[in-house]
Each structure stands twice: as structure tokens, then as C-alpha cells.
Design a protein around this ligand. Structure first.
Ligand SMILES: Cc1cc2nc3c(=O)[nH]c(=O)nc-3n(C[C@H](O)[C@H](O)[C@H](O)COP(=O)(O)OP(=O)(O)OC[C@H]3O[C@@H](n4cnc5c(N)ncnc54)[C@H](O)[C@@H]3O)c2cc1C
Ligand SMILES: *[C@@H]1O[C@H](CO)[C@@H](O)[C@H](O)[C@H]1NC(C)=O
Ligand SMILES: *[C@@H]1O[C@H](CO)[C@@H](O)[C@H](O)[C@H]1NC(C)=O
Ligand SMILES: *[C@@H]1O[C@H](CO)[C@@H](O)[C@H](O)[C@H]1NC(C)=O
Ligand SMILES: *[C@@H]1O[C@H](CO)[C@@H](O)[C@H](O)[C@H]1NC(C)=O
Ligand SMILES: *[C@@H]1O[C@H](CO)[C@@H](O)[C@H](O)[C@H]1NC(C)=O
Ligand SMILES: *[C@@H]1O[C@H](CO)[C@@H](O)[C@H](O)[C@H]1NC(C)=O
Ligand SMILES: *[C@@H]1O[C@H](CO)[C@@H](O)[C@H](O)[C@H]1NC(C)=O
Ligand SMILES: *[C@@H]1O[C@H](CO)[C@@H](O)[C@H](O)[C@H]1NC(C)=O
Ligand SMILES: *[C@@H]1O[C@H](CO)[C@@H](O)[C@H](O)[C@H]1NC(C)=O
Ligand SMILES: *[C@@H]1O[C@H](CO)[C@@H](O)[C@H](O)[C@H]1NC(C)=O
Length: 387
């Protein structure tokens, strides 16, 4: 456990909210669930407008298994844990975000606000919730696969493709999904590509790949891509690219054998996977937010969920973009909308004009409020602070 925060600020906050005449006091402005790049980004933006944030982090990060994080400008080839530690240091400077390294076991709406409970029974209340609780990779239970995931076996070309460029590569997953991997890898990253479709070369998959590209077979032939449909038994590491690597050119020389159930095997330097993802947390369901497939249904502009006062950011939301820059961008976006909504409610309460509060239910007014995020919202804020 590792908690920052200031009792003095809390007392000041309590005093301020009392002055603002809020009917039911909450301990915090915003509960952020998640200490990955999306939650950290939301906490950063909220801290810089001095919102009181409590951020919960159960320490289960999607990119935990990877050696380095890539394509995050200013932080390319950085160890994810170092990135998160630096982000926490920067956020802590503002003294308004409290980090709680515990799992939230229950979250629910209460008195027009929200309450998050830990396993030890302690509950924390806030007026808004931002869910940056992430996705998890639903990998098949094949010996050797999970151990190597993020270390020579990767799911996105941008993640670790460059480190395995020009190496013999295998594509894992359904035949129709493999087609997309082939197109993303060839020719810039890999030219020696073999697809291991593990018995999925069935009429359904063939129909699906034909619907993607009726000429898929000609493409595979032109790219020298062979499809091996034999059932896979396991994936065995024979060389570790964490050790066998060339730092100057950043090449990581992993080597694996894919064993089939007939006991034969083939060797590849790396694999790219096509497996499903699931919500990492039960909390979005507990709050009753709507889903699109396995993603939290969020509005295109403000990243609002279908539950008022709850936002969905990062991998978990229905942007369907799953990378660190998106996580950071979405965290920032939700924080802006969240702050403006809080400020608008405070303004309505201050002026005793409950009609203004009701305006918040109108999607159009959200857009309008966002357009005014510049000077006007700062004026509102300064007026509130001067009271
Ligand atoms: C192997 C691998 C390599 C990758 N490499 C790259 C890369 O090189 N570049 C790139 O841009 N992207 C990469 N990604 C994608 C990247 O990891 C995700 O896009 C990013 O982590 C999403 O951030 P997030 O904040 O949405 O979720 P996460 O980083 O997964 O964070 C989720 C957070 O929610 C917390 N949480 C969940 N439930 C609870 C709860 N009940 N209580 C408290 N806390 C909770 C978790 O503990 C965690 O802190 C990679 C992914 C994988 C799997
Ligand atoms: C946060 O608190 C620390 C320790 O009290 C103090 O040194 C620092 O100046 C504070 N930061 C801000 C932005 O007030
Ligand atoms: C909810 O509001 C009621 C009435 O104002 C109050 O008694 C109760 O303590 C509040 N509950 C929480 C968890 O804030
Ligand atoms: C305060 O709590 C009461 C009782 O639960 C509830 O009816 C009321 O709507 C709440 N008011 C606000 C502003 O949250
Ligand atoms: C539960 O854990 C939280 C966060 O670490 C802490 O603030 C709280 O005091 C704990 N409650 C109990 C009853 O130990
Ligand atoms: C291969 O298919 C079998 C049967 O559907 C499945 O149990 C296994 O997890 C799959 N293996 C891989 C590596 O996808
Ligand atoms: C995979 O199967 C081969 C052949 O049966 C065996 O030698 C190897 O130890 C297995 N590897 C794993 C990771 O189970
Ligand atoms: C085609 O791929 C195989 C491996 O799958 C490789 O041995 C062969 O050299 C490749 N041929 C060309 C022309 O690239
Ligand atoms: C692979 O295809 C099968 C059969 O069409 C389907 O049930 C399964 O969900 C697919 N897997 C993924 C990861 O898309
Ligand atoms: C994201 O994927 C879901 C299905 O999983 C789909 O319903 C939704 O429209 C997609 N969102 C975007 C922005 O494409
Ligand atoms: C997604 O949420 C929007 C409101 O934000 C709603 O209009 C739409 O019907 C939802 N989509 C589904 C498939 O539930």
C-alpha cells in the first residue's frame, strides 16, 4: 500500500463543498479505477485542475509481460513499470490524487454519487467514476504460450514487430484473422511467414476469409505464405531473445518450436497471435454500463458510458483502439468532460438554478459545454474558488 494525500487539503475540500451547499458530501470528486496509462492520464488531467481524485490500482496491467513498451513517443522502448512510476511521480506533485494499490471489489451508485469498496471493507465515495480497468487477453490454454506472451509471441505488429523484423514468423489464431496479420507484416517487417491455423481451416473460416478478400489465396501465394492447419500441441521456447539480442539494432533473437499433435514441429523466431480479449474487471458490469460486444459502450465525443457520471477509457471502451497513446488520449478526454460536468453542477448549485443541472442530461449541452472549455470554464472555476 502506498498512499499520497493531504489531510489539510481534504479539510479545505470539505469546507469548500460545504460552502457550495452540496446536499450529500462525498470524500472525493472522482474515483479512477485503473493505474495503467488511461487511468494515470485521467488522474493527471484532473490533478492539474485540482480535482480531488482517488485512483485504485490492483496491479494487473495488460502489458505487464512485455519487455519494453513501443511507439509511445517520448517513451519508446521504455519498461512499462518505469513509465508508470514516472507518471505517478509527476501526478503526485499536485498533491490532489490519492493512490490506493488495492482491488476494488464492489462499486455502486449511492445518493447521486458512487461508492467503491475494498476487500478490507472500507468504502470511498466520489461524485464521478472513470473506468480505466482495461482488457485481458483470452489466450488458449496451450503449454508454452502464456509464458512467452510479450516475449517473442506478441499480438500487435507495433508492439514487438520491429524487434523481430526479417525473422521467420508464425501466425497463430483463426485462418480468417491470420489474413489480417499477414497483410500487416508483409513486406516491411517479415517475408518468411507461415500460418498455423490449428484445424480452423473449415467452411466457416473459408467463407469469412473470402469475404475479406476473394483473392486471398493468390495473395498468400504471392507473399510465399504457407498455411499449416495441423492441430497444435504446444509451443516450446528454444532461445530467449531477452538474452540473445543485438542492442544496437534492437533485434531480439527468440526461437520457438511449434509442436503438432503428431509430434512433428517447425521452428520460428516469433509468433503473432489473434485471440479474443475480455473485460479485465467486473466493475463495469457491476455499475450496469452498456456494452458493445465485450467493450464498454462509450459516446464518440465525451467517452460517456450509458450510466450518468461514469466514463469508459483505455482498452476497455468501444473506441476499439487498444494501445498506450489511445489510452492516454482517452483518459485526458474523459477527464475534461468529467471536470466540466462537475463544474457545471457546482455552478448550478451555487446559483440555485437546478435547471442548469438538468441541462447536463442533454447531449447537446455537453458538446456546447466542451466548446467552452477554454476561458469560460476557468472563469466559472475561479469564481467558485473565490467563494
Ligand atoms: C504483451 C503486450 C504488449 C503490448 N505492447 C504495447 C506497446 O508496445 N505499445 C502500446 O502502445 N501498447 C502496447 N500494448 C497495449 C497496452 O498494454 C494497452 O493498450 C494499455 O495497457 C491499455 O491501458 P489501460 O489503462 O486501458 O489498461 P491497463 O494498462 O491494462 O490497466 C488496467 C488497470 O486497471 C486496474 N484494475 C482493473 N480492475 C480493477 C479493480 N477491480 N480494482 C482496482 N484496479 C483495477 C489494473 O490493476 C490496472 O491498473 C501491449 C499489450 C500487450 C498485452
Ligand atoms: C505538495 O506537497 C509537498 C510536501 O508537502 C510540497 O513540498 C509541494 O510543494 C506540494 N506541491 C504543490 C504543487 O503544492
Ligand atoms: C446518503 O444520503 C443520506 C441522506 O442524506 C445519508 O444519511 C447517508 O449517509 C448517505 N450515504 C452515503 C454513503 O453517503
Ligand atoms: C442526497 O441523498 C438523498 C437521500 O438518499 C437523495 O434523495 C438526494 O437525491 C441526494 N442529493 C444529491 C444532490 O445527491
Ligand atoms: C483498507 O485499506 C485502505 C487502503 O489501504 C485503508 O485506507 C483503510 O484504512 C483500510 N481499512 C481497514 C479497515 O483496514
Ligand atoms: C487449437 O484448437 C483446439 C481445439 O479447438 C483448442 O483447444 C486449442 O486451444 C487451440 N490452440 C491454439 C494454439 O490456438
Ligand atoms: C511440447 O511437446 C514436445 C513433444 O511432445 C515435448 O518434448 C515438449 O517438452 C513440450 N513442451 C511443452 C512446453 O510442453
Ligand atoms: C518461402 O518461405 C519458405 C519458408 O516458409 C522459405 O524457406 C523460402 O525460402 C521462401 N521462398 C521465397 C522465395 O522467399
Ligand atoms: C475462431 O473461429 C471460431 C469458429 O469460427 C470461433 O468460435 C472463435 O471465436 C474464433 N476465435 C477468435 C479469437 O476469433
Ligand atoms: C467496436 O466493436 C464493437 C463490436 O465488438 C462494435 O459494435 C462497435 O461498433 C465498434 N466500435 C467502433 C468505433 O468501430
Ligand atoms: C450505446 O450507447 C448509446 C448511448 O450512449 C445508445 O444510444 C446506443 O443505443 C447504445 N448501443 C447499444 C447497442 O446498446
Amino acid at each position: 500500500m502506498f498512499v499520497f494525500g493531504s489531510r489539510a487539503l481534504f479539510a479545505l475540500f470539505t469546507f469548500l463543498t460545504a460552502c457550495l451547499g452540496q446536499a450529500n458530501q462525498t470524500q472525493y470528486d472522482v474515483i479512477v479505477v485503473g493505474g495503467g496509462p488511461s487511468g494515470l492520464s485521467a488522474a493527471s488531467a484532473l490533478s492539474r485542475v485540482m480535482r480531488k481524485v482517488i485512483l485504485f490500482d490492483s496491479g494487473e496491467y495488460r502489458n505487464n509481460p512485455t519487455r519494453h513498451m513501443h511507439d509511445v513517443i517520448g517513451n519508446d522502448h521504455v519498461v512499462p513499470a518505469d513509465f508508470r512510476a514516472e507518471a505517478r511521480k509527476q501526478i503526485s506533485f499536485y498533491n490532489v490524487t490519492t493512490f490506493v494499490d488495492q482491488k476494488v471489489t464492489n462499486i455502486q451508485p449511492i445518493n447521486n454519487s458512487f461508492s467503491a469498496t475494498l476487500a478490507n471493507g472500507t468504502a470511498f465515495t466520489a461524485r464521478k467514476v472513470i473506468l480505466g480497468s482495461g482488457l485481458k487477453d483470452d489466450l488458449p490454454n496451450v503449454p508454452g504460450l502464456r509464458d512467452a506472451f510479450g516475449k517473442g509471441i506478441f499480438w500487435c505488429p507495433w508492439c514487438d514487430g520491429f524487434e523481430h523484423r526479417d525473422q521467420p514468423i508464425g501466425v497463430l489464431g483463426n485462418l480468417s484473422d491470420a489474413y489480417d496479420s499477414v497483410r500487416e507484416l508483409h513486406p516491411t517487417l517479415n517475408k518468411d511467414i507461415r500460418v498455423y491455423s490449428n484445424g480452423t481451416n473449415n467452411p466457416g473460416q473459408l467463407a469469412r476469409i473470402v469475404s475479406k478478400d476473394p483473392n486471398w489465396e493468390a495473395v498468400f501465394k504471392a507473399y510465399n505464405v504457407t498455411t499449416i492447419d495441423k492441430p497444435i500441441q504446444n509451443i516450446t521456447r528454444v532461445q530467449d531473445g531477452s538474452v540473445t539480442q543485438t542492442q544496437a539494432s534492437r533485434e531480439e533473437f527468440d526461437k520457438f518450436r511449434v509442436y503438432f499433435t503428431d509430434e512433428t514441429f517447425e521452428e520460428r523466431g516469433a509468433f503473432i497471435t489473434n485471440y479474443a480479449t475480455l473485460q479485465a474487471s467486473e466493475l463495469p458490469s457491476q455499475l450496469g454500463v452498456g456494452f458493445l460486444g465485450s467493450k464498454i459502450n462509450t459516446t464518440a465525443r465525451g467517452l460517456r458510458t450509458t450510466v450518468k457520471g461514469v466514463w469508459g477509457i483505455g482498452d476497455a471502451n468501444s473506441d476499439n483502439s487498444t494501445n498506450v497513446p489511445h489510452a492516454m488520449s482517452s483518459g485526458k478526454t474523459a477527464a475534461v468532460h468529467c471536470h466540466v460536468e462537475l463544474a457545471t453542477e457546482e455552478l448550478a448549485d451555487t446559483s440555485g438554478d437546478s435547471a442548469k443541472r438538468d441541462l447536463m442530461d442533454d447531449g447537446l449541452s455537453h458538446e456546447r459545454v466542451e466548446q467552452l472549455t477554454g476561458n469560460e470554464i476557468e472563469d466559472i472555476y475561479n469564481r467558485l474558488r473565490r467563494r
